[in-house]
Ligand binder design. Structure first.
Ligand code: PLP
Length: 370
């Protein structure tokens, strides 16, 4: 396992501990049933950037509201990006995270697309280590629980002119997360959005930015109204092939040994989970195909039995089986179908690596508490 980051980091982080840290009893009550994204730890990381000084003033301070001028550009033009990764507590108490340099590199790509400054991979990883060092008591230890880490970057220059901001803030906040499927992994129904797209050609689909999520919320409401957990988006140009869900990538099992996922077209977010699942499938001797997948292929494949399993993946829910796709005049699959064997085996293997239950043969883990 790799437990150090080899590249040197350049920023020094100052620590100003919170004077209002929650008592152990209060923290333990939260950790007993943390849910997702509801509770936040005692501290946060902040790094400032200006066009004159670059990145500076890295610090770990009490978690609390940001002071934003009402003219801050993020509030008007949505110049914002974010990341999501987790810290896992292993059985021996040690604390690890999963492929953080992938998140760091993706944040750099998102930054380029949103005309924000890039933070070095080493500084990104160090910011995660700093966050976990000060709030490690907030990492739950029950099975499938973790500390969800949310780095994000906003334009905070007070200026209403339309251009890339000259003042930016990078932050990391952390939130304890319970087991996503507390009562066992249950397949979900997915809503097909035929009216709305999340990304267009040359747009921001490949960047992890808040704006993409803003555009997905109305179709997401439609999904809930139709008893579905998430929205599936088709490509914006032809509306004939599969892009991804609002916040997860999608996979199909063909026959017993082929895994198919939409190729990265520029409108799909390149998931770290997606990449890891493809590697684990190849390790098992499966054929992995990254290519265009049409809605028609999905329908015909399920009808003929050729497509035996469909699942979605992302950091928050790891791997989620999909039982049925519903939409206006569309129904593919059986809402009562159980989770597929290959889906569950890949999920198990990925979480076994993340929680240190099997050897980390690809060197995916980074130790955070050493
Ligand atoms: C974050 C995200 C994913 C999943 O990426 P992971 O790195 O696996 O967590 C997929 N799609 C979208 C739109 C996302 O924002």
């Amino acid at each position: 396992m790799t437990d150090t980051v080899s590249a040197p980091y350049s920023l020094k982080f100052a620590l100003v501990p919170s004077t209002e840290q929650r008592a152990e009893t209060e923290r333990e009550a939260i950790l007993a049933d943390p849910g997702f994204g509801k509770h936040f730890t005692d501290h946060m990381v902040t790094i400032d950037w200006t066009i004159e000084a670059g990145w500076h003033d890295a610090r770990v301070t009490a978690y609390g509201p940001l002071q934003l001028d009402p003219a801050s550009s993020v509030l008007h033009y949505g110049q914002e990006i974010f990341e999501g990764l987790k810290a896992y507590r292993h059985a021996d108490g040690s604390i690890w995270t999963f492929r953080p340099e992938k998140n760091a590199e993706r944040m750099q790509r998102s930054a380029r697309r949103l005309a924000l400054p890039e933070l070095s991979v080493a500084d990104f990883v160090e910011s995660i280590k700093q966050m976990v060092a000060v709030d490690k008591a907030w990492i739950p230890s029950a099975p499938e629980t973790s500390l969800y880490l949310r780095p994000f970057m906003i334009a905070n220059e007070s200026f209403l002119g339309v251009r890339a901001a000259h003042r930016v803030g990078y932050y990391v906040i952390a939130s304890p997360a319970g087991a996503y499927f507390a009562d066992g992994v249950a397949p979900v129904k997915i809503w097909l959005s035929t009216e709305y797209s999340r990304a267009g050609r040359g747009g921001t689909g490949a960047a992890k930015c808040g704006g993409n999520y803003a555009a997905s919320l109305l179709p997401q409401m439609e999904a809930y109204e139709n008893g579905c957990a998430q929205v599936l988006f088709l490509d914006g140009e032809t509306g004939s092939h599969i892009d991804e869900l609002g916040g997860m990538n999608v996979f199909f099992v063909r026959g017993t040994d082929t895994l198919v996922t939409p190729r990265l077209t520029g409108s799909i977010l390149e998931g770290v989970t997606r990449d890891s699942i493809m590697q684990l499938a190849r390790d098992r001797g499966m054929t992995v195909e990254e290519r265009e997948v049409t809605l028609e292929e999905w329908r015909l494949g399920v009808e003929s039995g050729e497509i035996s399993e469909v699942f979605a993946c992302g950091t928050a829910a790891v791997v989620t089986p999909i039982s049925q796709l519903k939409g206006k005049g569309v129904s593919i699959g059986d809402p009562d179908a159980p989770a597929g064997d290959i889906t569950m085996a890949l999920r198990q293997e990925l979480t076994d690596i993340q929680y240190g239950r099997v050897p980390d043969r690809h060197g995916w883990l980074t130790r955070l508490d050493a």
